[in-house]
Design a protein around this ligand. Structure first.
Ligand SMILES: Cc1cc2nc3c(=O)[nH]c(=O)nc-3n(C[C@H](O)[C@H](O)[C@H](O)COP(=O)(O)OP(=O)(O)OC[C@H]3O[C@@H](n4cnc5c(N)ncnc54)[C@H](O)[C@@H]3O)c2cc1C
Length: 355
C-alpha cells in the first residue's frame, strides 16, 4: 500500500472542482483498505472514502486527512436456485457501475438495466440508494460487504440492515463514515423482463408497445436509457461540457400534507398547477426541477464559471474554470430563490467534502 501526499482531487471527480487530499491511497485489496484505515487512525487523520467521484463537491481547501480511493475489482456470478435463473453477482466496490450493468445485460440478467449510464463505482451505489427510470439498487441488493471502522472488522450487512429509502441508506445517515464498502452482492433474474415503468421509457418504446409486437430486450432498454440520459446531459460523454456536473444537484422534496397544501395554494395564486408524475406522487415527492424552473432559474442560467446545464434544470455545471465556491454560491442562490417562492428548502444530493 502506498500513501501519496498532496494529490489533487478535482480530476478524480466529475464536477472537477476543489483542492487536494493531504494524504491519498488507491486500494485494490481488502487488506490494504484495513491497513490504510489503521494509518489514519494512528495519526488521528479524518478519513474520506472516494469512489468514482460522481456525487461530490470537494472544497477548494481540499481534504485535510486521508482519502481512500476504493479500486477493488472483480465480478463473480453464481446461480442460487435449481432453475439457474436467480443469479447472485458479487461485485468489487471499485468496479465501474456501468460496466457491471453492461455485463448483467450481456448475461441476460434483469434488475439493473434502467440504471444504465449512471457514473461512479459499484461501491458508491448503496450509499444513496442510487435510482433512475423506475429502478433503484435497493431492489436487487442482497447484501453489502464492508469494513466496519468502528469495530475494526469485516461485516456482511444484509439488505434490511442497510436501511434503504429514497436516496438514503444507513451509509449516508445514521452510520455515515462508519463503513468502507468493499463488495456489493446483487440478486438478478436471468431471462427476466426489462422494467418499463417510467413514462420516458414508455414513450421511447410507444410504437412497439402499441403494436404489441416483441417487447424490448434488456439490451434495447439499456440503450434507450443511455439515449434518454444523453439528451438530458445525464450521461458522461467525453468533450461534452454539459456533463461536467455531479448529476442532479437537488433531491425531489418529500412533502407532508400541510406542506403540499401550502405549495398547491402558492401555485394556484400564481395561476400554476403542480405537475403530477405517478412515480413521484406515489412517494409524495414533488419535482425539484419544476420548483427550480418556476423560481426564476431556467436551463442555462448563470453568467459565471458555474451555471445550470442547458439540458437539465437540476444539473449545476462547471463551465470550465469554476471553483467549488462558485458552485456552492449558485447552490445557495437557488435554494434561497426556491424557498422564497415556494417555502421549500431543497436538499442538495451531492456530498459536500471538506467544507
Ligand atoms: C452525469 C451524472 C448523472 C447521475 N445520475 C444519477 C442518477 O440517475 N441516479 C442517482 O441516484 N445518482 C446519479 N448520479 C450521482 C452519482 O453518479 C451516484 O450517486 C453514484 O452512485 C456515486 O458513486 P461514486 O462511486 O461516484 O461515489 P463518490 O461520488 O465517490 O462518493 C459519493 C459518496 O459515497 C461514498 N462512497 C463512495 N464509495 C464508497 C465506498 N466504497 N464505501 C463507502 N462509501 C463510499 C463517499 O464517501 C461519498 O460519501 C449522477 C451523477 C452524474 C455526474
Amino acid at each position: 500500500m502506498t500513501i501519496q501526499e498532496n494529490v489533487p482531487l478535482a480530476p478524480l471527480t466529475t464536477l472537477q472542482v476543489g483542492g487536494s487530499a493531504h494524504y491519498f491511497a488507491e486500494l485494490r485489496r481488502e487488506d490494504d483498505v484495513r491497513e490504510a484505515a489503521q494509518f489514519a487512525k494512528s495519526r488521528n487523520l479524518p478519513l474520506f472514502v472516494l469512489g468514482g467521484g460522481s456525487n461530490l463537491v470537494v472544497a477548494d481547501s481540499g481534504w485535510p486527512g486521508l482519502v481512500l480511493r476504493i479500486a477493488i475489482g472483480g465480478i463473480t456470478t453464481q446461480s442460487t436456485d435449481a432453475s439457474g435463473n436467480a443469479v447472485l453477482f458479487s461485485v468489487g466496490a471499485g468496479v465501474n457501475w456501468d460496466d457491471f450493468v453492461a455485463q448483467a445485460v450481456v448475461q441476460n440478467c434483469a434488475g439493473v438495466e434502467c440504471l444504465s449510464g449512471i457514473p461512479g463505482s459499484v461501491g458508491g451505489t448503496p450509499v444513496q440508494n442510487v435510482g433512475a427510470y423506475g429502478q433503484e439498487v435497493a431492489d436487487t441488493i442482497e447484501s453489502v460487504r464492508a469494513l466496519d471502522l468502528k469495530e475494526d472488522r469485516i461485516v456482511v450487512l444484509p439488505k434490511p440492515a442497510c436501511g434503504f429509502r429514497y436516496r438514503t441508506s444507513i451509509f449516508n445517515t445514521t452510520e455515515r463514515g462508519r463503513y468502507v464498502i468493499l463488495r456489493v452482492n446483487f440478486r438478478l433474474k436471468r431471462g427476466g423482463v426489462p422494467s418499463l415503468k417510467y413514462a420516458d421509457l414508455q414513450k421511447y418504446f410507444a410504437e412497439r408497445l402499441a403494436e404489441k409486437k416483441t417487447p424490448p430486450s434488456l439490451a434495447e432498454v439499456r440503450e434507450a436509457v443511455r439515449d434518454i440520459r444523453r439528451s438530458k446531459g445525464m450521461l458522461i460523454v467525453p468533450g461534452d461540457d454539459e456533463c461536467r456536473s455531479a448529476g442532479s444537484f437537488f433531491k425531489n422534496p418529500v412533502l407532508s400534507d400541510a406542506q403540499f397544501k401550502d405549495l398547491a395554494e402558492r401555485a394556484a395564486a400564481k395561476g400554476l398547477e403542480i405537475p403530477s408524475y405517478p412515480a413521484l406522487d406515489a412517494q409524495r415527492k414533488v419535482s425539484a426541477a419544476w420548483l427550480v424552473e418556476h423560481s426564476g432559474f431556467s436551463k442555462g442560467y448563470g453568467e459565471g464559471a458555474a451555471g445550470i446545464s442547458h439540458k437539465h434544470a437540476l444539473a449545476l455545471v462547471n463551465r470550465g474554470d469554476a471553483k467549488a465556491s462558485d458552485v456552492v454560491g449558485l447552490k445557495d442562490e437557488i435554494q434561497h430563490g426556491v424557498q422564497e417562492a415556494w417555502g421549500i428548502l431543497l436538499e442538495p444530493e451531492p456530498v459536500l467534502v471538506g467544507f
